[in-house]
Write a protein of this length. Structure first.
Length: 316
């Protein structure tokens, strides 16, 4: 398996051009065959490897292409030459891979804890030097606290998105393109292959997470506790609602009784008022009419007397 060019030159992946040049000169001087007459064969091979690494990394375009395909190159190359040493996840979609739900080596939590740890380690190799790596939560053990370990683990892995580039699925080497237009078309098709591979891998990991979560005893225990709390809350809510209904019914009944008693009291007050008016001002309206009629008669008699007085004759 070939060595990484950065490893050969002894620099970081974010090394500058000056860092590459200094390291190359130092290593070339040390491993030049003329400087190693007693170990010419090894020196020649190492010197050739140093030159090859510097030739690639000192060219901006070559370095960009190498950075993009680095993991595939270190695993044999692109396409059919690529040797995929990643974990085979399909075998873990079976209860046969673990024995019981203990914390021993064959137990549920040890087996799947190791699987997700390997997936995270594989992803870490594809993190760029200037990119901040997010640490994946641990699977934990059989007695891990749900809120502290179990919930964060499933929250992370249920939305998992791999860091792998899947450049080994590319069909075309854009360096062999005769012009930029063809290079762009090659890259467009290569991107489709990469995206397809990434999507399938993400879906596989998420399906494995769902498979594990369904069988996780810690999740089942927490679900039972939550269901019991919900049932208790529903019971208390029903009791509170029934109590409110009873109180409202009682208030309504009292309100209606008060209205009836108030109406009856008004009728009694009105009858009493009429009685007092009749007692103070007379028995009825008839006496008032008789007095008016008597008054009218006396006035007519007085008018007749005045007429007679005017016609009176002394001689008669």
């Amino acid at each position: 398996m070939p060595r990484c060019h950065y490893e050969v030159l002894g620099v970081q992946r974010n090394a500058t051009d000056d860092d590459l040049k200094k390291s190359y000169r130092k290593l070339a001087l040390r491993w030049h065959p003329d400087k190693n007459p007693h170990n010419v064969e090894e020196a020649t091979e190492t010197f050739r490897e140093i030159q090859q690494a510097y030739d690639v990394l000192s060219d901006p375009q070559e370095r960009a292409w190498y950075d993009k395909h680095r993991e595939a190159i270190l695993r044999g190359g692109l396409g059919a030459d690529y040797r995929d040493d990643s974990e085979d996840l399909m075998q873990y979609f079976s209860s046969a891979v673990f024995s019981g739900y203990g914390d021993d080596n064959k137990g549920f939590y040890a087996v799947y804890g190791d699987v997700f740890r390997k997936i995270a380690e594989e992803d870490s190799r594809f993190v760029e030097p200037d990119e901040e790596e997010e640490k994946a939560p641990e699977f934990g053990s059989s007695d891990s606290v749900y809120e502290e370990v179990v919930r964060p683990f499933y929250a992370y892995w249920q939305s998992y998105c791999t860091k792998k580039s899947f450049v080994w699925l590319e069909k075309y080497d854009t360096r062999e393109a005769p012009n930029r237009r063809v290079a762009r078309l090659m890259e467009k098709d290569n991107k489709k292959f990469r995206d397809k591979g990434k999507k399938e891998y993400n879906e596989t990991v998420r399906e494995l997470v769902a498979f594990v979560k369904k069988r996780d005893k810690r999740v089942q225990a927490h679900k039972k506790v939550v269901e019991e709390k919900l049932a208790e809350q529903a019971r208390l809510a029903a009791e509170r609602q029934e109590r409110v209904k009873r109180e409202q019914a009682m208030e309504m009944a009292e309100y209606r009784e008060q209205e009836w008693m108030r109406a009856a009291g008004l009728q009694d007050e009105l009858a009493d008022l009429e009685a007092r008016v009749a007692q103070e001002f007379g028995d009825s309206d008839q006496s008032w009419e008789e007095e008016e009629e008597d008054g009218d008669g006396s006035e007519e008699e007085e008018e007749e007397e005045e007429i007679y007085d005017e016609l009176y004759c002394v001689a008669c």
